[in-house]
Design a protein around this ligand. Structure first.
Ligand SMILES: C[S@@+](CC[C@H](N)C(=O)[O-])C[C@H]1O[C@@H](n2cnc3c(N)ncnc32)[C@H](O)[C@@H]1O
Length: 274
């Protein structure tokens, strides 16, 4: 047995702290942010996020109060296996650790950001017998690399309870992530798509001088997921939508090969995108 395999076997014998986890009480926000599960969160969703630095156990979090509330409301009490796409300054990693205490938690991003407190978070989680790893050199569309990292973290090739996509918000890249990762979620597990509706928001999103104006809408992915629910393939069980996040529940179809666009019929008519 390799050292890694021994570590996984030893961890499997442990009583995971997450089994006894209770969600912290709802976050109470002040103008500066909120305290939650032993961490401090400073929310920022504007371009000034590039300039903001916080030191552990304080984190910059790219989420609004309603979005935080929908996570508190919609997610289970704890999850075993969590994959996060899109880290930025690490706030969501610490928030999800506080909320769910995952047994295995991998977070990937394509860009590195300095001063994010994730080295301290990694050590904090390891001290409880659980595993957290952040990787800042991985694209959300590189499924083989994500699965290799996941194997290193958890000793398994997938079997997610929860996947959260808060990365590019680009339709094509998000579709690749969804097709590659959604089938690896356990039945009843959840795939969260953040900011799915940006093409339908007011302001710069409707301005043709904005680069994003010319991209296909991310909401196309959600429309495919909804039509998959009614198409009867058994891949997508249900979809719940809030203004800033969609919660897509994995159905019982055991196949790991999946294309959401091809998972429903349309009377041989084209599946045009918005
Ligand atoms: C909205 S931010 C994530 C915020 C973070 N989840 C939070 O709530 O604090 C989006 C992140 O996705 C990353 N990103 C953009 N394109 C990506 C891609 N193709 N693959 C992986 N990450 C990507 C960006 O570098 C950025 O850090």
């Amino acid at each position: 047995m390799s050292g890694g395999a021994e570590a996984h076997a030893a961890a499997a014998d442990m009583k995971p702290a997450a089994l006894h986890h209770r969600k912290p009480p709802p976050a109470a926000w002040s103008a500066e942010g909120f305290d939650y599960g032993g961490f401090r969160f400073v929310p920022c969703i504007g371009p000034e996020i590039g300039e903001i630095r916080e030191d552990y156990p304080s984190f910059v979090l790219m989420k609004t109060a309603p979005l935080v509330a929908s996570y508190e409301q919609e997610l289970p009490v704890s999850v075993g296996n969590l994959l996060e796409l899109g880290i930025m300054k690490g706030g969501s990693c610490a928030f999800l650790e506080a909320l769910l205490q995952p047994q295995n938690h991998l977070a990937i991003d394509i860009h590195g950001f300095a001063g994010d407190g994730l080295a301290e978070l990694t050590a904090h989680v390891a001290a409880t017998g659980r595993r957290f790893r952040a990787d800042y050199a991985t694209s959300q569309s590189d499924i083989p690399r994500i699965l290799d990292l996941w194997q290193e973290v958890s000793g398994t090739r997938g079997e997610f309870d929860l996947v959260i996509d808060d990365a590019s918000h680009d339709y094509e890249l998000s579709l690749r992530s969804f097709d590659g990762l959604f089938p690896l979620i356990k039945p009843g597990g959840i795939y969260v798509l953040e900011d799915w509706g940006w093409a339908h928001w007011n302001g710069p999103w409707q301005d043709s001088r904005n680069r994003d104006f010319h991209r296909p809408a991310l909401s196309n992915l959600l429309i495919h997921a909804c039509l998959s629910v009614t198409g009867g393939s058994g891949f997508v069980e249900s979809v719940k939508v809030t203004p800033n996040a969609a919660f897509i529940v994995r159905g019982p179809n055991p196949s790991t090969s999946f294309s959401v666009v091809d998972s429903y019929l349309n009377r041989n008519r084209p599946k045009t995108t918005l």
